[in-house]
Design a protein around this ligand. Sequence first.
Ligand code: NAD
Ligand code: ZN
Length: 359
Amino acid sequence: MHKNFKSIEKTVFGRGSFKQLDEIISPKRNDNNGYMVFIVDQYFKGKELENSLPVRPEDLVIFIDVDPNEPTTEQVDVLRDEILFTNGLPAGLIGIGGGSIMDIAKALALMLTNDGSSALYQGLNLIKKPGIYHVGVPTISGTGAECSMTAVLTGPEKKLGLKCEWTIFDQVILDSELTASVPVDKWFYTGMDTFIHCIESREGILNNAYSMAYGEQSLKLCRDVFSSANAGQNAENDDKLMVASLMGGLSLTYSEVGVCHALSYGLSKVFGEKHCYANCLAFQHLEDYYPEGVAEFKTMLQKHKVVLPQNLSKNWSEAEITAMAQVAYNLTHMWNHAIGSDWKEKITIEVIKDLYRRL
Ligand code: NAD
Ligand code: ZN
């Protein structure tokens, strides 16, 4: 079966395009109870962006601190109940921030019309009704969450996305001016998520002309941003990384991620490490699986003077390593892609535990 996937309905790209938000959402304002909800990364509270939000008196602005933990099902449930209790069903919802805010916004848009806890809907096509109109405005580039069909949440049992066609944003605004304030470490970790998406999408049995076309272009942009003579944070590169993020996301949508993401999910579930940082922690030790990608990654680390911690596993208990290996092992689609359909003959819990011990 070939994947039949939905894309973002409308996309605006360009520096300063955030100013078009008011005009973009205006035609939707009278839907449902006639007000908009802005879900904004707490980082922007008191900053210029707060004053430029096109907020009307009836609207609701909610700032969310996305550190140190990844979004949870409980957090989304509480927000949903608060919004519905205060003003009823909003006309639309605008998420402004990084991957965490993108996921919260996508999940909330769905949960405002679906009953019960979001934990009930972690998985593929479990959502029963379409959500409300939702807009994504990324402010840090790399995860591809702006274009993916999933809203990743950590629940009581699992870290898994609410995945269906209705999850996809109706509108995305790609204005790289908003990413100028990202500090260098976060810029690097989140940017590397794109780089790793492309390497993993390419190195596996599910790659194909479609995923490769997006992946190769995204890798080229990543190299301009992270390893060329003009590497670093500047206006031109901020534009490029924003497009690389989108294309890396499209590449993996039509292929799959691999070993690094499987290990990363274990680190997030057991230690609460954030996705992009956890990827970097794992990827540096995966030269057996991705030799060229890891060599390039290490050159980029050095170029940007990013130092990743070593010997972390010395402080982990056997039980913690086993728990992470179990989470990783269960991501069967990733191993199938990365290793091949006979992956169970090569990858065991013990093999995965040894990979974690490299960290
Ligand atoms: P994030 O949203 O967690 O933000 C990272 C940090 O950058 C935070 O401290 C935030 O406040 C800060 N930040 C964001 N924009 C900023 C700006 N313009 N200036 C200064 N600081 C800024 O980071 P992320 O790496 O984009 O996202 C990680 C999350 O994305 C994880 O929860 C992960 O599970 C999720 N994710 C989702 C998908 C998907 O397809 N849905 C894919 C990959 C990752
Ligand atoms: Zn990722």
